[in-house]
Design a protein. Structure first.
Length: 164
């Protein structure tokens, strides 16, 4: 089991709580935990991060090739199950179409295929106009949590040290 990180986690970390300029330890922790096979993401998230053309896209482009998982046959099978669940709900057609075209869909499918936990800032919502990751996770039996829950569970420590 690994944590699969949603693009919103990376983007909000960069923009808010863990900026590269003042909390490099968060980013180092991500790399370290990936080396221990605990933290991953997916190629579709990489695509979203690369679109930013900023320090986050530079950081993401320097990660080893295994960080952003590419869909395999097992993921494709899981994707069919995720798609079936989504289309059987009462979501509006536009919401379904959008969901099936974005990284969220592949994130849940990859987690389902590998028994991983999705890490996202999204929270469940009763909307029929937008499909939220946690709703789909619950629907198909995938664990999910916030990045703060992941950091606490893994006992991440970002300790101050001498200035570089």
């Amino acid at each position: 089991m690994a944590y699969l990180i949603d693009s919103s986690v990376f983007i909000q970390a960069k923009n808010l709580h863990y900026g590269f300029d003042f909390c490099r330890a968060f980013w180092d922790w991500i790399v370290r935990e990936h080396a221990a096979a605990k933290v991953l993401s997916i190629e579709h998230v990489s695509d979203e991060l690369q679109a930013g053309q900023d320090e986050l896209s530079t950081w993401a482009s320097q990660l080893n090739a295994g960080f952003f998982v590419v869909p395999d046959a097992t993921t494709l099978t899981a994707a069919a199950r995720v798609s079936a669940w989504v289309t059987q709900q009462s979501y509006e057609p536009a919401a379904i179409s959008t969901f099936l075209q974005v990284a969220d869909y592949w994130l849940v499918a990859t987690a389902l295929a590998g028994g991983h936990t999705v890490v996202t800032h999204e929270v469940p919502a009763a909307s029929v106009k937008k499909i939220k990751i946690p709703n789909v996770c619950v629907g198909v039996g995938v664990a999910f949590m916030t990045p703060y829950q992941m950091l606490r569970r893994e006992q991440a420590r970002f300790v101050l040290g001498p200035a570089p």
